[in-house]
Every structure is written in C-alpha cells, then in structure tokens.
Design a protein around this ligand. Structure first.
Ligand SMILES: Cc1cc2nc3c(=O)[nH]c(=O)nc-3n(C[C@H](O)[C@H](O)[C@H](O)COP(=O)(O)O)c2cc1C
Length: 452
C-alpha cells in the first residue's frame, strides 16, 4: 500500500491549538536540521513520500479577517516547501517528495523549469501536487485572475499541457551529446520550441532546463468535486481524498476509477489515497492517554477559521447548532461535501464540525497500539477501496515517530508495507518506478503525445 506523510511548513497544520502542548515544538517548521532528521526517519521507516501542502494566502474568511488564523498559527506563517526539497533529497535515498504548486499563481514555463531541476536533483523522486487554489485573497496578492471554480480547472488543463510539452517534447532524450571531440555538448537539432498558443498561455520557446529521469514529475492531485475528479482522471497518478468514514470516500474512489477508464487509462495508472491522523503508542491505553492530553489544548475557533478559509463560508456568523448545507461555493468543494452530500446519514452542525476538525482536519483520527491502528487502516482499505494513506499527526515529531515505531512494523508483518523499502542499500528508484513500475508515464497519459 502507498504511504505518505502529509505536512506543511507551518506551526499548526490541521490540529488546531496543539502548538501549546508541552511536547509540541512549534518552531520546528523553520528548522532545517529538524526537517532533515524527520525526512530520514520517514525514509528509513519505508514511507513512499513526504507530501508538502502549500497555499499562498492567509485564512481570512472567518469574521472577515485573518485574525483568528494568525493568532492560532493556523497554517500561518508558512514557508515555501519547494525550497526545502534539495536538502531533504541529499539526506535520504528512497523517499519521494510531493510538492504543491498552484496553476492559478504560477507561470507554466518557470514552474516546469523548477520541477525539471528538482527531478534532476532528487534522482527522479519529485511529485507535483497540482492545485488550482481556493483563496481569493491569494489571487489578489499575486495579481492573478479571479476565476470561478470550474474555469480554474480548465486553465489548469492547459497549464499542464504546456508543462508536458516542455518536459516530454522540447529536449529530446538524445539531445545531450557531450562529445568533446566534435565540440557538441547539446545537439541543437534535438532541442525544439514548443510553439504553444492557447486560450490562457502563449509559450513559443524551448525548455531551458534538462528534464530529469521521470521527465514529467510524478503527478499528485487532491480535488474531488466533479470537475476536480474529471481533472484527476485525465492527469493524476496519485489521487488524494479526505473523508470522515470509508463510506464517505468509497463513492469518490469508484467515480475516479470510472472517469479514468473513460480517459482510456488503465486502473493501474492511478493510486488512490485518503488522509488519516494517527496517534499511536505501545498500548491502546498509552495512546488514549496522549490523545486525552491533546484534547486539553484544542482550539475550535482556529479549526473553524481553517474550514472557512477552505470553503469561503464565514462560520463566525453561524451558531454551533446550525446545520451545514451543501451550498454552491467557489472554494474547496471537497471539504464541504465531506460534511454534507457525502454523508447523507448525518446532519453535521457547525459545533460537530469544529469538534471533528480540531485534530487532523477532515479525516478520521485513529488512536491506539500499532495493531489497533493497523486494523483500522485495513478496514479502510477494504471498505473505501483506497490504495493507501496520507498520514497526518496532532504533534508532528512525536506522532510521526510513533507511527513509524508502532504501526509500520505491524503493517510490514501483515505484508502491507514492503520489506524491501526499509532496506537501506536497495537501489534507489524514481518515485514513478516505485509506485507504478516505470520511470516514464505510460502512452495512455496525455503527456505522452508530446514525446519525440
Ligand atoms: C490531502 C490533501 C492535500 C491538499 N493540499 C492542498 C494544498 O497544499 N494546497 C491547496 O491549495 N489545496 C490543497 N488541497 C485541496 C485540493 O487539492 C483542492 O484544491 C480542493 O479539494 C478543491 O478542489 P475541489 O473543489 O475540486 O474539491 C488538498 C486536499 C487534500 C485532500
């Protein structure tokens, strides 16, 4: 099964108020030594990837200002994850790195260059988490157009095509000659302008950076609105969900697989993953004791500020007994549907939402020994149909180390995490080879048509 660690370069990721816990180290998000040792720990434990989320704005919807989020360190302040990767790649051998980059804020030409550089420097262990953004404030700061939800995905489709042309078709694999005798380093006949003219982008020239071993980085995506799933079915190789129960996620998995087939892509070309938060310890009792200690520090207002920022709904104007409705929003539709249309058996109030969100955000929280948590993970695999998990934490260092120490060995003993991944001297592979068995995208992926 696929195992990634979900994180963000922030004092508080999804467990609000926990930075005040005595075992929290709220400054570690800006400490390079911490990240290096953390990445080594994940690598040695056998995680497939570290998934770094990113946004470009403050969560400023709650109460019409960013005050609640800023006060609580709720995904603020936030450092740029892309700048962390080279250091982590140098310290690890097998771990992949999923980095979020937003098609509404970036230039496809420059972003393609940065990912080509990272694919080179990581030996093909980089993934791009493609997002379209849900924060109008971020768009305004960048001077990017404020488009509606589905149009952002239309623009993202073209953004991705430009990147594919640059990675797959602009510099032919045989272009690097490096022949001292003839004096030819690169063969100019094998470097091609992409001559892209589109609705959103005009990119006439050739790529400036040599693509890495994967050419197109491994592709993550995590939007599960109908338009988000259509985008994923076309582009994604790993699709990330978040839902409160397996029943909540199962229809999304089934719909993604149906759309994938409609795109002419094989089932094996997509790995589906859902978010979980795990609080593990030697015994169930010890884990529950830690969980109880976490509950003393949670901050419901900060959790609501996060959800308000995701969806655009100002939850400060709601009472705790108000029921969440499936209204049309321009923000993060997956987040709202988890607590409305995907959970028809339950009517979530704002108070319920706040209680659920304070630890781990949208997904479930598993508390217990390695065996207890492994049982829950196995149940989710069976009932939701996902292929793996994105593991989140309440306290970054302690919970992720506890997962590696208590849960991974049980998963390995049950044959769910491959033993080979933990062997330090196994030959390094690209992330795509590790997950899908090949360095390059298959011929059925839309990027393949640019290949020469
Ligand atoms: C595990 C996970 C990680 C995500 N990370 C980010 C992120 O880093 N930045 C971002 O803007 N959106 C992130 N999202 C949100 C989605 O990618 C997507 O933008 C959101 O679900 C809205 O899309 P939708 O309306 O199509 O569902 C994440 C979602 C999930 C489930």
């Amino acid at each position: 099964m696929f195992l990634s660690a979900l994180d963000m370069l922030v004092p508080t990721h999804q467990s609000s108020g926990l930075w005040r816990h005595p075992d929290a180290e709220p400054e570690q998000y800006r400490d390079l030594d911490f990240w290096v040792s953390h990445a080594r720990m994940l690598d040695e434990a056998g995680f497939d990837a570290l998934f770094l989320a990113d946004v470009a704005g403050i969560y400023d919807v709650y109460g019409g200002s960013g005050a609640a989020a800023i006060r609580a360190g709720m995904q603020y302040p936030l450092l740029d994850p892309m700048l962390l990767i080279s250091a982590l790649a140098a310290a690890t051998r097998h771990l992949g790195f999923g980095v979020t980059a937003n098609t509404s804020y970036e230039s496809p030409y420059l972003l393609a260059r940065r990912f080509a550089t990272l694919d080179q420097l990581t030996g093909g262990r980089i993934a791009w988490n493609i997002v379209t953004g849900y924060q109008p404030g971020a768009l305004r700061n960048i001077g990017a157009p404020e488009l509606d939800h589905d149009t952002r995905y239309d623009r993202a489709d073209e953004f991705a095509e430009v990147c594919y042309a640059l990675w797959e078709g602009s510099i032919e694999p045989g272009a690097l000659v490096s022949d001292a005798e003839s004096g030819v380093y690169m063969d100019p006949a094998k470097v091609h302008p992409i001559e892209h003219r589109g609705e959103w982008f005009d990119v006439p020239g050739a790529a400036v950076s040599l693509p890495g071993p994967q050419r197109t980085p491994f592709l993550f995506q995590a939007g599960s609105s109908p338009r988000g799933l259509a985008f994923a079915a076309r582009h994604a190789e790993a699709l990330f969900f978040s839902g409160t129960t397996p029943d909540n996620v199962a229809p999304l998995v089934a719909e993604a697989r149906r759309l994938l087939a409609g795109e002419g892509r094989a089932d094996s070309e997509l790995t589906t993953i859902t978010s979980v938060t795990a609080i593990a310890a030697e015994t169930d009792a010890a884990a529950f004791e830690r969980y109880e200690s976490y509950l003393r520090y949670v901050d419901r207002e900060a959790a609501l500020a996060l959800f308000a920022g995701w969806t655009g709904l100002d939850l400060s104007t709601y009472g705790p007994d108000d029921v969440l409705e499936d209204v049309e929003i321009q923000g993060n539709r997956s987040a709202l549907q988890s607590f409305t249309s995907l959970d028809p058996t339950r009517r979530w109030t704002v108070g319920d939402l706040a209680a659920h969100m304070t630890i781990g955000g949208r997904g479930p929280v598993f508390v217990g020994s390695g065996a207890t948590i492994a049982d829950e993970l196995e149940r989710w695999l069976r009932e939701s149909g996902v292929d793996g998990f994105n593991v989140d934490y309440a306290l970054r260092g302690p919970d992720m180390r506890a997962f590696a120490e208590h849960v991974v060995p049980v998963l390995r003993a049950r044959g769910l995490v491959s033993a080979e991944d933990s062997i330090d001297d196994a030959a390094p592979r690209t992330l795509r080879a590790r997950v899908a068995g090949s360095d390059l995208l298959p011929a059925t992926h839309p990027a393949a048509k640019y290949r020469r």
